[in-house]
Ligand binder design. Structure first.
Ligand code: FAD
Ligand code: DHB
Length: 391
C-alpha cells in the first residue's frame, strides 16, 4: 500500500491528524494495535481547554461537545477548612469544557468513518523503517495475520508512551528528560450526580483528592495513593471515606454524595519529554513525545496542540509549497510542551503531600498566595485554560 502519511496510533493525536490532513486533501492510513471497541471505551482525560474546543469547532467536530459537554468558568482550589474559586473567565476571559476523551475519540472515529478513512485496528508487530530516507515505510501484521507494508512520504508517530515510534529515532539524535513522582492516582468513575458544580482540587495532609465529573449523572474522582498500591486493598467504602475526609465532607455545609463505583484503577505519574519531535521523515505528536502527570489536565490538550501545528506543516510540505513549518515543527511544539510540562509539575508538587514538613509549609504558602493574589490566580488560570495554539 502507498499513502502520503502513515499514522501509527488511533488515539486522539492520530485520529485528529488524519482528520485535519483529510480536510487538506492529504491521504493517510492509520494503524492501531488495539481493537476499535477498546479504543472507544478506554477512560482517560476529562477536561478540554479553550483552544482545544476552538480547534474542534473550527473543524466540524464540536457539535456533540456543545450539546452534551459542560462549560466551566474555573476550578475550586482547597485545603482544610478553605475552598476558593479561581474564575478563569474573570481572570483571562477563557473557560474549559468537561467532555471526556472517550467522547472526543468517538466523535473523531465517527468523522473518519464518514470520510472513508482507512484504519487497521488490532495490528501487531508495528515497525518503522528508513525514517531518514525519502522512502520510509511501516510494516505490521493485520488482524487476520497478514504481513502488511505501508510506503509513505512521511510517518507520523502518534502511538503514545508505549509505541515504537519514539525509539525509531536513533540514540545519537534523541534526548530524553524524565521525572517519576513518588505517588500515583487511584481514579474512580461513579454513577452519582457530582457534588460540585466545578472541579475541586484539594490539598489534604492524607494526600491530594480531586472531584471531577463526566456528566450530570456521572462523577470522576481521584485520590493520591502510594506507588505500587494494590487496587484490591481499596474497597468502595474505603474510597468514599477517604474522598469525604480529603474533600471536606461536612465542612461549611458541603456534602459529598457517594454512589455505585463502576470503574477503578491506579495510574502512576511521570513527566517525560523526548526531543527532537522530528527526525528525517518521522514526526512525533502527543504522548509519543511527551508525558505529563495528570494534575494540570494537559495530556490530551497537548496532543491536540501538536497536531494543530503538524497537520498544516505536513500539508504544506507534501504539496511542495515549502518545508519551513515542517522544519520548525519540533521547536515550535516544544515551546508549549515545556510550558505545560512545567505547569503540570507545578500543580502536582503544590497539591500532593509527602513526608517533608518544610515542603508542606511551602505548599500551603503557595496555595494561599494563588487563592488570594490576582497575579497568582491569573498564572494558574492562563495555564489551565490554555495558551493559544501558536504559543
Ligand atoms: P494515546 O491516547 O495513548 O494514543 C496512542 C495510540 O497508539 C493508542 O491507541 C495505542 O493503542 C496505539 N499504539 C500503541 N502502540 C502501537 C503500535 N505498536 N502500533 C499501532 N498502534 C499503537 N490526561 C489528562 O489530561 N487527564 C487525565 O485524567 C488522564 N488520564 C489518563 C489515564 C491513563 C490510563 C492514561 C494512559 C493517560 C491519561 N491521560 C490523562 C493522558 C491523556 O489521556 C493522553 O495525554 C492522551 O491520550 C494522548 O493522546 P495520544 O493520541 O498522543 O496518545
Ligand atoms: C480530569 C483529570 C485530570 O487530570 C484533571 O486535571 C481534571 C479532570 C478528569 O478525568 O475528569
Amino acid at each position: 500500500m502507498r499513502t502520503q502519511v502513515a499514522i501509527i496510533g488511533a488515539g486522539p493525536a492520530g485520529l485528529l491528524l488524519s482528520h485535519l490532513l483529510g480536510e487538506q486533501g492529504i491521504d493517510s492510513i492509520l494503524i492501531e494495535s488495539r481493537t476499535q471497541e477498546y479504543v472507544l471505551s478506554r477512560i482517560r482525560a476529562g477536561i478540554l481547554e479553550h483552544s482545544t474546543v476552538q480547534l474542534l469547532d473550527e473543524h466540524g467536530l464540536g457539535e456533540r461537545l456543545h450539546r452534551e459537554g459542560h462549560e466551566h468558568r474555573g476550578i475550586y482550589l482547597q485545603w482544610p477548612e478553605e475552598r476558593h474559586h479561581i474564575d478563569f473567565r474573570d481572570l483571562v476571559d477563557r473557560s474549559v469544557w468537561v467532555y471526556g476523551q472517550t467522547e472526543v475519540t468517538k466523535d473523531l472515529v465517527a468523522a473518519r468513518e464518514k470520510a472513508g478513512q482507512q484504519i487497521y485496528y488490532d495490528v501487531s508487530g508495528t515497525a518503522l523503517h528508513d525514517v531518514e530516507s525519502d522512502d520510509p515505510y511501516v510494516t505490521f501484521t493485520d488482524a487476520s495475520g497478514n504481513a502488511m507494508r505501508i510506503d509513505a512520504d512521511v510517518i507520523a508517530g502518534c502511538d503514545g508512551s508505549f509505541g515504537p515510534s519514539r525509539a525509531a529515532m536513533p540514540d545519537a539524535v534523541r534526548n530524553t528528560w524524565e521525572r517519576v513522582y513518588p505517588y500515583s492516582w487511584l481514579g474512580v468513575l461513579a454513577d452519582v450526580a457530582p457534588s460540585t458544580d466545578e472541579l475541586i482540587y484539594a490539598w489534604h495532609q492524607d494526600g491530594f483528592a480531586m472531584h471531577s465529573m463526566r456528566s450530570s449523572t456521572v462523577s470522576r474522582l481521584y485520590l493520591q495513593v502510594p506507588n505500587g498500591t494494590d487496587i484490591d486493598t481499596w474497597s468502595d467504602d474505603r474510597i468514599w471515606d477517604a474522598l469525604a475526609t480529603r474533600l471536606g465532607h461536612g465542612q461549611n455545609g458541603w456534602t459529598l454524595n457517594p454512589g455505585p463505583i463502576t470503574e477503578k484503577s491506579v495510574l502512576p505519574m511521570r513527566s517525560y519529554v523526548q526531543t527532537p519531535m522530528r527526525h528525517g521523515n518521522l514526526f512525533l505528536a502527543g504522548d509519543a513525545a511527551h508525558i505529563v502527570p495528570p494534575t494540570g489536565a494537559k495530556g490530551l490538550n497537548l496532543a491536540v496542540a501538536d497536531v494543530a501545528l503538524l497537520a498544516p506543516a505536513l500539508a504544506q510540505m507534501l504539496r511542495g509549497k515549502g518545508t519551513e513549518s515542517a522544519d520548525t515543527y519540533s521547536d515550535t511544539a516544544l515551546r508549549r510542551v515545556w510550558r505545560c510540562t512545567h505547569f503540570s509539575w507545578w500543580m502536582t508538587t503544590m497539591l500532593h503531600t509527602g513526608d517533608n514538613p518544610f515542603d508542606t509549609q511551602l505548599q500551603l504558602s503557595q496555595l494561599k498566595w494563588v487563592a488570594s493574589s490576582e497575579a497568582g490566580a491569573m498564572g494558574l488560570a492562563e495555564n489551565y485554560a490554555g495558551l493559544p495554539i501558536g504559543f
